[in-house]
Design a protein around this ligand. Structure first.
Ligand SMILES: *[C@@H]1O[C@H](CO)[C@@H](O)[C@H](O)[C@H]1NC(C)=O
Ligand SMILES: *[C@@H]1O[C@H](CO)[C@@H](O)[C@H](O)[C@H]1NC(C)=O
Length: 296
């Protein structure tokens, strides 16, 4: 205990060294869209108090109380229309906060001496409810198992986890980048345990419970296979018929060319007519009638 206390003492001394004459650093986590109030811990502002709120490494002045007058000029900045300062305490409220408001806020209270406070504000995105789907690409692994995947799209600073009852089975985390996360799970169709997929950031979580009977369709893989077989069963005979028909057609097309001696028929025997089946059929009938008259 003594060790850790002295360690923290040293830590804050170092922090003071880095930040200058800091009295206090407070971490504040807030969800996007919510409001946050940074407290001065001043009970009542005195007439000559000067209270100054600054933001970011450049310490841009964002709000001020001087001689009991409030000054907020955030026009054209990321703080436009969302700042409020309490005239009694000087506390700063940021309404409808966005991720760009993440950062260091510095408070300076000038009374007889000068008091500093710092707030590290972290804005977390709202969490989507994770989605659980059957992973149909995994259908060949085991016939008695169901492959599932839990996923969340465009998330950052979150952890995605599978729980069986209250015990953690697996988890995956992402920090800065906004990416899509997915985490697989394999369960047996007969499994009666309760499973849930949880997404969380340091301040919130969202849970999706798994319903095995609803999600795991036992016959999905069989269906895929049978529809593939059906397709094959349709396509193969069609191809065979097309090839055979093509061969017969080619043979028939050439026939009129062979025995043709009469001028009248030479006209029909031009290669072009083979491309149009109906015409060539007409030609064959004509051919045959011509020959039969000769025989009689
Ligand atoms: C089926 O799932 C269980 C977990 O529910 C796992 O222990 C087992 O190894 C899986 N079997 C196969 C063949 O993947
Ligand atoms: C989710 O948040 C609630 C409070 O909002 C908490 O009671 C619960 O333990 C959290 N669950 C997980 C898995 O972190």
């Amino acid at each position: 205990m003594i060790h850790s206390a002295s360690f923290f003492g040293l830590f804050f001394m170092l922090l003071n060294g880095v930040f200058g004459d800091t009295d206090e650093v407070k971490s504040v986590s807030v969800l996007e869209g919510d409001s946050v109030t940074l407290n001065t811990d001043v009970t009542e502002i005195q007439r000559d108090d000067h209270i100054l709120w600054m933001f970011g490494p450049q310490e841009v002045r964002i709000a001020e109380i001087h001689r009991q007058n409030i000054y907020i000029d955030a026009t054209g900045t990321i703080f436009e229309k969302i700042l409020q300062i309490d005239s009694q305490t000087g506390s700063l409220t940021i309404r409808n906060i966005r991720s760009e408001h993440t950062g260091l806020y510095k408070l300076q209270i000038i009374r007889r001496g000068t008091l500093y406070k710092r707030f590290i504000v972290t804005v977390y995105a709202r969490l989507p409810v994770p989605a659980i789907t059957q992973d149909s690409s995994q259908c060949s692994s085991s016939s008695s198992n169901c492959s599932l995947v839990c996923s969340a799209v465009n998330v950052s600073h979150v952890t995605l986890s599978w729980y069986k009852g209250n015990s953690l089975l697996s988890s995956i985390s992402v920090s800065d980048l906004s990416i899509s996360l997915s985490l697989p799970l394999e369960v047996e169709y007969q499994d009666k345990n309760t499973y849930s997929c949880v997404i969380n950031n340091p301040i919130r979580n969202q849970t999706k419970h798994l319903n095995i009977t609803q999600l795991c369709q036992t016959h999905t893989c069989a269906d895929h296979r049978s529809s593939f077989m059906m397709a094959v069963a349709f396509i193969v005979p069609l191809v065979v018929i097309a090839v055979v028909a093509g061969l017969i057609y080619r043979r028939n097309c050439k026939q009129p060319n062979k025995g043709n001696t009469r001028n009248e028929e030479m006209h029909y025997a031009e290669p072009a007519f083979c491309t149009r089946p109906l015409q060539s059929m007409a030609v064959f009938t004509e051919d045959r009638t011509v020959y039969s008259t000769v025989v009689i």
